[in-house]
Design a protein around this ligand. Structure first.
Ligand code: F6R
Length: 606
């Protein structure tokens, strides 16, 4: 992943670079660094750890430079230590670069460069690019960039400083995003919009293999052949103020609490009078002819697809497949014009999901995306887009964006099934009325946060746990387990409740926490039997069930009752309760809840 930033202008560069990196830290926070052109030299300051470590390191150094680049890293090649931190310089120091992406053929290139006498300091793939630039440079940076592009395989967005052009930054990209913009104080490069929004709303998005050269007062663009190109900017409408935590101790808790509003606003934005998804009128025309729907995403977004697939298949009477994007892109699911592929992504930048989308387009499948960040790459590439209204999600673990995806996809299932004549208008409206009650039901669950905190004691002193359920409840178990793993570092697994006896149950020890999702009415007796099986083997069970199941659960010790809803929608309510339980578990363990180790908010490498 990684975030990259560049500034050249009238003012000192370092404050701009640091501020930019702070906006990009969600892309990775293993290490960070900057390089600036000062008095004919390029000075690099970098360190492992968060941006605050970099600020500490910079606090004693007076840097007056007005041109520089910066990087916040999510380590791929080479451990996240000081040496592997970016920026990286070529052997003689002529070029210094920051890079987002992965160079797949860096090993043979490195060998070749070493045989030609080049030396390396780090174990990164990035240093190869810096040395290649030096190898090909004959006074013209653009031509060196072009030569590098011809041999680099993989993905990259790069910002380049060259000693010979101290006030200029060169930027190019393939696969990874790179934007630029300008205000009266100077010109900027950035991996993403948030770092540019404080300065300008007019953003230029570099296309594949394009290069931009930024100077104090101008930006020039070059196509893949190095010919000067014209480019128009896009006006971005994002709030200028960055999200604040307010009185909440963590963004994650704040975002959990925002869910009632987010869900309501998302629903409202997708319904106009009696019509669902008025913007999808073209896509709706294809509904009758479709033979299959694939739901594709990564992590929680994939889990939203799992739940949506179950509902759409049931209501719409169509084959639905949910697949992780990383499997979909290299897999063999038959795709054609009678397939609709739905790509789900909060950031709209996830590399695997984007690649899966491009594959679906190539195979002539219809594409629809469910996206939270407007103007993102996946939104731009899709035939149609559903925007969720979660607003900026800062905590790395998704909460409000995930439930916003779920409610949008539930609504889509109703719309699809009705337009395809699989459910009557009256059935659609009944389910729609129920869907409209979910924001208030979520508010009720949040009101029970103390109960969630109490039930989180189930995980006290534990390093493993299970989440089990059947059908829709299994989709909820998958998300509950991921949430617990990622923020509390407890190794939890999600299993279909009926599968345990086929192997997994041998793992069960006395006291193992088993969270059982139990909201599907028709499957309740089956899951209840599975609860008995695990309890007989010493598990400590927490049951999340609908209020109406209470009479059957009077003998159970730990029961978290959730407001009644249609079976198919229960996953959303369960998710909120599970978010709170994970949150309080992680809090007690002293984990870095908003920035869990080894993770990043936006995963732009495959
Ligand atoms: C988990 C989480 C991740 C993301 C996944 C996809 O809490 O946040 O699993 O859901 O990385 O990210 P997007 O939705 O941006 O494509």
């Amino acid at each position: 992943m990684c975030g990259i930033i560049g500034y050249t202008g009238r003012n000192k560069a370092v404050p701009y670079l640091i501020r930019g990196l702070e906006h990009l830290e969600y892309r990775g926070y293993d290490s960070s660094g900057i390089a600036v052109s000062e008095n004919g030299e390029i000075i690099t300051v970098k360190t492992s750890g968060r941006i605050k470590e970099l600020k500490n390191k910079l606090s004693g150094i007076e840097l007056r430079a007005k041109c520089g680049i910066g990087h916040t890293r999510w380590a791929t090649h080479g451990e996240p230590d000081d040496i592997n931190s970016h920026p990286h310089s070529s052997m003689s120091g002529l070029f210094t670069i920051v890079h987002n992406g992965i160079i797949e053929n860096y090993l043979p290139l490195k060998k070749e460069l070493i045989s030609e006498g080049f030396t390396f300091k780090s174990s990164t793939d990035t240093e190869v690019i810096a040395n290649l630039l030096e190898k090909y440079y004959e006074g013209d940076v653009l031509s060196a960039v072009k030569k590098c592009r011809n041999i680099l395989e993989g993905s990259y967005a790069i910002c380049i400083l060259c000693k010979d052009f101290p006030d200029v930054i060169f930027g190019t990209r393939k696969g990874s995003p790179l934007l630029c913009g300008k205000d009266r104080q100077g010109s900027f490069f950035s991996s993403d919009i948030p770092a540019l929004i404080p300065y300008t709303e007019n953003i230029f998005t570099l296309g594949e293999n394009e290069t931009a050269v930024i100077e104090k007062e101008k930006i020039c663009f070059y196509d893949s052949e190095g010919k000067k190109a014209e480019k128009t900017s896009e006006k971005i409408e994002l709030p200028r103020q960055s999200a604040e935590k307010g009185d909440f101790p963590h963004f994650m808790l704040k975002e959990i609490f925002e869910q009632p509003r987010v869900l309501k606003e998302t629903l409202d934005s997708l319904i106009s009078g009696e019509e669902l998804f008025p913007e999808l009128s073209e896509l709706k025309k294809s509904f009758f002819a479709l033979q299959k729907i694939c739901f594709v995403g990564c992590g929680s977004a994939y889990h939203a697809g799992l739940a949506a697939g179950i509902l759409t298949q049931k209501l719409g009477n169509i084959t639905c497949i949910a697949e992780t994007a990383s499997e979909f892109r290299y897999g063999n699911i038959p795709l054609d014009s009678k397939t609709l592929c739905i790509f789900i992504s909060q950031s709209g930048e996830t590399a695997d999901t984007l690649a899966a989308l491009l594959k679906a387009k190539e195979k002539k499948a219809k594409t629809l995306s469910v996206i939270n960040v407007p103007e993102s790459s996946i939104a731009r590439e899709s035939d149609s887009v559903i925007y969720t209204k979660a607003g900026p999600e800062i905590a790395v673990a998704t909460t409000k964006a995930y439930t916003a995806q779920l409610i949008s996809l539930y609504l889509f299932a109703l719309c699809f099934a009705h337009e395809r004549w699989q459910i009557k208008r009256s059935e659609r409206d009944l389910l729609l009325r129920e869907l409209r009650t979910l924001p208030e039901k979520v508010r009720k669950i949040i009101g029970q946060k103390d109960k969630a905190e109490l039930f989180s004691t189930l995980f006290d002193g534990k390093n493993e746990g299970w989440f089990i359920g059947r059908g829709n409840d299994f989709a909820a178990a998958m998300e509950g387990s991921l949430k617990m793993k990622e923020i509390s570092y407890i190794n939890t697994g999600a299993y279909p409740a009926g599968e345990l006896k086929h192997g997994t149950i041998s793992l069960l020890d006395k006291g193992t926490p088993v969270v059982t999702l139990c909201c599907e009415e028709r499957l309740f007796p089956k899951t209840f039997a599975n609860i008995k099986e695990v309890k007989a083997r010493g598990a400590k069970v927490l049951i999340l069930a609908k209020e109406s199941f209470a009479p059957s659960l009077t003998d159970e010790e730990n029961v978290f009752l959730l407001p009644d809803t249609a079976d198919e929608f229960a996953c959303l309510l369960q998710a909120v309760a599970l978010q709170l339980i994970s949150y309080y578990t992680a809090e007690k363990r002293g984990c870095d809840i908003d920035k869990p180790k080894n993770l990043a908010k936006s995963v732009t490498v495959e």
